[in-house]
Design a protein around this ligand. Structure first.
Ligand code: BGC
Length: 447
């Protein structure tokens, strides 16, 4: 038996996002977001599900905070629904939206839990989408205005800020692959959007500094890891492109003030260019206080001529998979963390999301989600390896506190450590909740 021990000052937490849990879609002046539109477009979300009610956390946040308190977390990562603050994206501020987040943040603080606020977890006000969404630079201005309102309002209460969640998803998954709102399938458009998102991030960071807000700011890209099938140069290069699409594409501009040249060249060969304007890279290249890392899965990959965007294919090595069919690849977590450290230096890192989909339901009041416990054990062991290797890990937040609206998968895929019955909205703590609680309390576990 081995003991996996964590540093005593590591911060533990759980994460969620507004559209996935809040519900109350038309309450207190909230405007529609692109996810309302997308989920109500037939064929876009499994079973025609939408976030109108979700976990109803808008009304049940006190109960959710009780769950967090009992879990013993230091930090809770949540996101603000931009359309609750600006129902039309810009213009008049909706006071009721601000009031809601004050009540919510106050309750967290009274419970001794540090709020970590994501400004953009994908629910773009629909009104902005109508003007071109993230393809229109006016959306960047609107985002910075919204960020400023939030910074000013919550300064002194919220210390941890995340500008963007997973800009790869907002750009490529949503506008090239088309699986998420607004559902476009245009690589040039998606590339433009990836760039505009990074400018929005950088300008929000500039605003944060300008206002001299007491706290820390970062962003939370999603990462993956691809292990080359062989040591052939072409397999290594294929993996390098696959990983860079998630890692370097979004991190190089922020940390180095430039895009990775090999990726620019690769895209150029496909006729895709960046909509670069003077000063963009300087705006993006702002020092940040921490990096958020989201990691779920990785795989083994090799070169395959004319296959996909990167002349590559994944190879099924028989890795176990979660109920969403993602390979379980904890070594990838370690590799990507050490890679980020080597490439960008030893900046403070929060694991802002890591977790798994298992669909067990309650039987006699308990949920035996052993798969999730094993997933957590394996990934926390990799995290411990990374810490031992000198990666500057400040905290670990699991995805997710609650089963919730899993985007295009609707309510069919469960990532929570707390089960939510989507008919009665009743919450049931899963076995993984108790396991995580114990790990937090002891700051270690045994494998
Ligand atoms: C997102 C979450 C999502 C989770 C599981 C991440 O991509 O930030 O919103 O629910 O992964 O798919």
């Amino acid at each position: 038996m081995a003991i996996i021990q964590f540093p005593k000052d590591i911060k533990w937490g759980a994460a969620t996002a507004s559209y996935q849990i809040e519900g109350a879609a038309e309450e207190d002046g909230r405007g529609p977001s692109i996810w309302d539109t997308f989920s109500k477009t037939p064929g876009k979300v499994l079973n025609g599900d939408n976030g109108d009610v979700a976990c109803d956390s808008y009304h049940r946040y006190e109960e959710d905070i009780e769950l967090l308190k009992e879990l013993g977390v230091d930090v809770y990562r949540f996101s603000v629904a931009w359309p609750r603050i600006f129902p039309n994206g810009t213009g008049e501020i909706n006071k009721k939206g601000i009031e809601f987040y004050h009540k919510f943040v106050d309750t967290l603080l009274e419970s001794g839990i540090e709020p970590m606020c994501t400004l953009y977890h994908w629910d773009l006000p629909q009104a902005l989408q109508e003007e071109g969404g993230w393809n229109n630079r006016a959306t960047i201005d609107a985002f910075v205005q919204y960020a400023e309102v939030m910074f000013r309002e919550f300064s002194g209460k919220i210390k941890y800020w995340i500008t963007l969640n997973e800009p790869w998803c907002t750009s490529f998954l949503s506008n090239f692959i088309g699986a998420h709102a607004p559902g476009n399938t245009d690589l040039q458009l998606a590339t433009n959007i990836s760039h505009h998102l990074l400018i929005a991030h950088g300008r929000a960071v500039q605003k944060f500094r300008e206002l001299d807000i007491d706290g820390e700011i970062g962003f939370a890209p999603n990462t993956t890891w691809m292990e080359p099938f062989s040591n052939k140069e072409e397999d290594i290069d294929a993996c390098r492109r696959e990983v860079a699409w998630f890692v370097e594409w979004f991190m190089d501009p922020v940390f180095k003030g430039e895009y990775p040249k090999f990726m620019i060249d690769w895209f150029k060969n496909k006729g895709i260019t960046l909509p670069l304007e003077d000063g963009d890279l300087e705006e993006i290249h702002q020092p940040i206080d921490f990096l958020g890392i989201n990691y779920y899965t990785g795989d083994v990959c090799r070169h395959k001529e004319n296959n996909g965007l990167f002349d590559s294919e994944t190879v099924d090595m028989g890795l176990d998979r979660t109920d969403i069919n993602w390979p379980i690849y904890p070594d990838g977590f370690y590799h990507v963390l050490t890679y980020v450290k080597e490439r960008y230096g030893n900046l403070p890192i929060y694991i802002t999301e890591n977790g798994s989909c298992y669909n067990e339901e309650p039987v006699d009041g308990s949920v035996k989600d052993t798969g999730r416990i094993q997933y957590l054990q394996k990934h926390l062991t990799s995290l411990s390896r990374a810490i031992e290797s000198g990666v500057n890990i400040q905290g670990y937040l699991t995805w997710s506190l609650l089963d919730n609206f899993e985007w295009a998968e609707g309510y069919s895929k469960r990532f929570g450590i707390v089960f939510v019955d989507f008919h009665t909205l009743e919450r049931t703590k899963k076995d993984s909740y108790y396991w995580f609680k114990q790990t937090i309390a002891n700051n270690r576990f045994e494998v």
